[in-house]
Design a protein around this ligand. Structure first.
Ligand code: DC
Length: 642
């Protein structure tokens, strides 16, 4: 994956909701008459449902190009002799069909891929047995494959726990009108993912069947018939979460058409989470737009929209503070153990993650982010969420990325649509902002990058150093902020290949350990900063841009720089690099010195050293200077046209 060298930008339409497509396909298949569905999702999970409804007699006419489909239903419960249904990896297909098949007549085997076989079915199987259905597990208790010897359902009341999956309840609801006496469902535990049950109720209503809900834990469906309908499927809100997160992560702006505040999908609430974290959200009549701003941190209960857990965990890698996700213990039994998988893969990328009983805590440290080869566990949401890290971290590789086919075959090309286009250099100050701590390789890299791009190079650190030298010479107490600032104003500093103080070459003098000691104090002086930042802006503007390195270039001096990178390296590597440059200090001293300066630079109140919003983070620990330079040059060129 290649990082985005500038903020994500775009308006996109997304494929239809998987959840709504599979519910509508089943209702249409059981209806009398021909239904027309538009905005349909064509992906593995919906293929599984399509194949199944065709196998028991529904007639479908697909128009894949236009995302439409016509389904002529079988007008009631399915009747068959001997049937085998393969739900592949699809939880919805299998859990929606099992109670429906039980309402029919004949013998049917229901099976799926290995991942689906590993997922839980026992609550639903037990409920169906309580209703008098004959179900035989062929492999292990409570799992697929199963054989159902169907001969209709007469009993009309059942209890079920919905703490593992709301799909158990949705499946029973969808089948309920086919049961001779209807069905009353009593929930024995509060349902997770409740919005999905509400979606089921709404889709059933689209097809003419009403569900009563006398209280929070009871659903009642009378025996009845589905009627064919024309239904437009909403864009998939879970899929949308990745694109909204991309806007937040890259400090960009993304609009998704076809979604709105009245959406039936619970996962739309992910947008509220982004807003609480600091993003700006516009709720249009027929679109939602997210503009990235801050990513603060906080605790979020995702019980009702748990499919966005991985999206939020990936986003959290770039947050200012910890992000804790609660209420989602049950996602350990989805396509994979999503909590453990996220911890393992984020850890590879330098993100600290702690698992908790019902979720996880991400402790972001942007200085330690690094590229890695990421595993996806045959879980589409692992691939899509980990791809978000690649927007700002080079060298993220995703293994077996085709697993996105389950719900979103086009995912990667859609993400590409958001990649920023190159802008003309005219009328912009084309600054490449290179920030990072001591020993990150920033200075060497910035100098060579400027040469490579044939642009001016501005070493702003040399300016702070020059002021420190001037203060030493003038014997000014660096704690006297006004005196130091006045000195900064009066001293004539010139930076370039060499550094001049009042027109005298001071290139070597600005790098003595004495200056190293003093410069952090000088740089923490807001009045000195005001003077030097004004000069930096002026020079860069006069020269039409350039490569500017420092600590606050992306955050303060040029927050709208056309390209922003933050170079970092593991602390030991940084110490070793600096040690190589000094003949006086021991490695331990250098390490201590670096740590002390990091501490002062990153915690000072004025312009602390931080990763700028949207900046690409490059860990240079294992890279050569040439590699870093060529990577940065490519990124810069991708967003700046000559
Ligand atoms: O990059 P360097 O080591 O030459 O920087 C010298 C000091 O100046 C360092 O303590 C950080 C500070 N500095 C800063 O505060 N802001 C900048 N834009 C550049 C450097």
């Amino acid at each position: 994956m290649q990082p985005f060298a500038a903020p994500a930008e775009g308006i996109i339409s997304l494929p239809g909701s998987k959840s709504q497509t599979n519910r509508a396909l089943l209702c249409a298949a059981l209806s009398e008459g021909t239904s027309r569905l538009s905005g349909v999702l064509y992906a593995e999970d919906t293929e599984a449902m399509l194949e199944a409804i065709v196998s028991f007699g529904a007639v479908v006419e697909e128009d894949r190009q236009n995302f439409e489909i016509e389904v002529t239903g079988i007008a009631g419960a399915p009747v068959f002799q001997e049937l085998a249904i393969n739900a592949r990896q699809s939880g919805t297909t299998s859990r929606f069909l099992l109670p429906t098949l039980a309402a029919g007549n004949g013998r049917v085997t229901l099976d799926g891929d290995q991942e689906l076989r590993a997922r839980p079915f026992s609550e639903q199987i037990d409920a169906l047995r309580d209703l008098g259905c004959e179900i035989e597990e062929l492999d292990k208790r409570g799992g697929l494959p199963v054989v159902v010897s169907a001969r209709g359902v007469e009993r009309s009341e059942v209890e079920i726990a919905a703490a593992t999956s709301s799909q158990f309840v949705s499946g029973l609801l969808l089948a309920a009108p086919l049961y001779s006496n209807g069905l009353k469902i009593n929930l024995t535990s509060p349902a997770i993912s409740r919005p999905y049950i509400e979606l089921t109720v709404e889709v059933m209503r689209d097809f003419g069947v009403l569900v009563e809900q006398p209280d929070d834990s009871t659903y009642v469906v009378n025996p009845g018939h589905y009627r064919a309908a024309e239904v437009h499927i909403e864009p998939d809100a879970s899929a949308a979460s990745y694109f909204f997160a991309a806007a937040a992560i890259t400090h960009g702006r993304v609009r998704i058409t076809g979604l709105h505040s009245e959406s039936r999908q619970g996962d739309i609430r992910f947008v509220d989470v982004l807003e609480q974290l600091g993003a700006k959200v516009v709720w249009g009549e027929n679109y939602i737009e997210v503009e990235g701003d801050r990513i603060r941190g906080g605790t979020f209960d995702l019980r009702d929209f748990s499919d966005t857990t991985q999206t939020l965990a990936a986003l959290a890698a770039f947050a200012e503070n910890d992000i804790e996700i609660t209420g989602v213990g049950f996602i350990r039994r989805k396509e994979t153990d999503r909590i453990a998988a996220m911890r393992t893969e984020l850890t590879k990328c330098g993100v600290e993650v702690k698992e908790s009983e019902d979720g996880l805590i991400v402790r972001p440290n942007l200085w330690s982010l690094k590229g890695a080869r990421v595993d996806t566990y045959n879980d589409h949401r692992m691939a899509m969420s980990m791809a978000l890290l690649s927007l700002r971290i080079p060298r993220i590789e995703i293994n077996d990325h085709e697993c996105v086919n389950k719900t979103f075959p086009d995912f990667f090309s859609r993400l590409e649509e958001l990649r920023p286009k190159a802008k003309s250099r005219e009328n912009t100050v084309a600054v490449a902002a290179i920030d990072g701590p001591a020993g990150s390789g920033k200075s060497t890299v910035a100098r060579l990058l400027a040469t490579e791009l044939k642009l001016p190079h501005f070493d702003t650190g040399a300016m702070y150093r020059a002021v420190a030298v001037a203060a030493l010479r003038a014997e000014i107490d660096p704690d006297d902020q006004d005196a130091t600032a006045e000195l900064a104003e009066q001293t004539k500093i010139a930076i370039g290949d060499r550094t001049f103080i009042d027109e005298v070459d001071a290139t070597d003098e600005i790098r003595t350990p004495e200056v190293d000691q003093l410069v952090s104090v000088v740089a923490a002086n807001p009045k000195v900063r005001r003077v030097l930042v004004a000069q930096q802006r002026k020079w860069a503007t006069e020269l039409g841009g350039g490569v500017m390195e420092g600590r606050d270039i992306g955050t303060k001096v040029f927050p709208d720089a056309i390209f922003k990178a933050f170079l970092t390296a593991q602390p030991e590597v940084r110490a070793r690099r600096r040690y190589g440059q000094s003949s006086i200090q021991t490695l331990g001293d250098v390490a201590e010195d670096i740590e002390r300066r990091d501490q002062i630079d990153s915690t000072r109140s004025d312009s602390p050293l931080q990763v700028a919003p949207g900046a690409v983070v490059i860990d240079t620990s294992d890279l050569t200077v040439e590699q870093v330079v060529s990577e940065l040059a490519n990124m810069f060129r991708s967003v700046v046209e000559d």
